[in-house]
Unconditional design. Sequence first.
Length: 403
Amino acid sequence: MDKIKMTTPIVEMDGDEMTRIIWALIKEELILPFVDLKSEYYDLGLVHRNETNDQVTVDSAEATKKYGVAVKCATITPNAARMTEYDLKEMWKSPNGTIRAILDGTVFRAPILVKGVTPYIPTWTKPITIARHAYGDVYKNTEMKALAGSKAELCVTDKDGNEQRATIMEFKGDGIVQGIHNTDKSIASFARSCFNYALSTKQDVWFSSKDTISKIYDHNFKDIFAEIFENEYKEKFAEAGIEYFYTLIDDAVARVIRSEGGYIWACKNYDGDVMSDMVATAFGSLAMMTSVLVSPDGVYEYEAAHGTVQRHYYKHLKGEETSTNSVATIFAWSGALRKRGELDQNASLMHFADMLEKATIDTIEEGVMTGDMYLISTLEEKRKVNTQDFLKEIAKRLTALMS
Ligand code: NAP
Ligand code: MG
């Protein structure tokens, strides 16, 4: 069998701990036997980030801007314990934060559905993708306590020194105040990322906020979304047969519960934080959740939503058997290769990505799974396998599908 050729490289960002072990196995078992892989490799493992003073993270993000598609392994975000464990020069920042700051994007998270794992909401037969705005609001707030008798005011001074002032509250008893903000630029880039992702996945976009109560703040989000949609996306959506739909957050929650899934739910920062944990839990498992960062100019970075699975890695280091779920990392690879195929009009590469996903899902649906899935699967005939054997089982099915 001839290997599939690629014309443009993808950016490959290697990572840490158990996911780094899985990364190498996925390449060896599932990618390299079928694809003549072209990738520009960046080692984002903590050892190499420390050696390069984290320059490698910046370089990998710049390369992603250049090539348009990246696949990323989970990485350690250092804390005090990691400083000692890895003898770090500095407590390097979260690679995801650094990459997000350079690419300026929105994070989309979607569950991978398999037979045997039923969502807690039985009508959810298609995935619900949460698009979380990752800037501002309560995550960048200023807050204070106010004692009885104080007056809290909101004051904005423009560049010429003119003031807009309004009273927030005259406190009779003790209380609290909070100031938050967002920027039109960030909201616009959030809107474009959602609309681009909708076009690329052929799904409707729902956006929700509380504009009836927040007539300036939330209304500004609603207006920016509406204006960008009207001017830049309306026709493309019509051609693709998809819709943009705005509703109040409380109405959205009720509709989501009654829905069958299959759309992108764009959420303000706080709503996205809360709702993505609700949706992930209701669908079954964090190890079955994909995550992709989409920048407003259409650059894609695919990863798993979970971390480096540290506890399993320490077992692995002690020579004990592990049963770590590699599905989200496999789907990060298939997502990146499919997107590369789409951009390069490489049908064989896109087909390979589809078959890789099919082989993975077939494996689980035929009852072969890792420990985390074994615990929640309702299949009658099921078998728990270790990390390596799970990948070999997928490889067996993929070989059959590809020949
Ligand atoms: P984690 O790696 O997501 O793992 C937490 C627990 O969830 C695991 O101990 C395991 O439970 C279960 N789990 C997660 N993924 C699994 C998988 N693929 N297969 C089977 N079980 C899985 O989170 P963490 O242990 O809190 O964080 C470890 C490191 O990851 C940290 O250094 C953190 O900075 C980093 N992190 C990175 C990213 C990223 O790069 N995107 C995201 C989050 C965290 P059991 O132990 O019960 O089996
Ligand atoms: Mg959260």
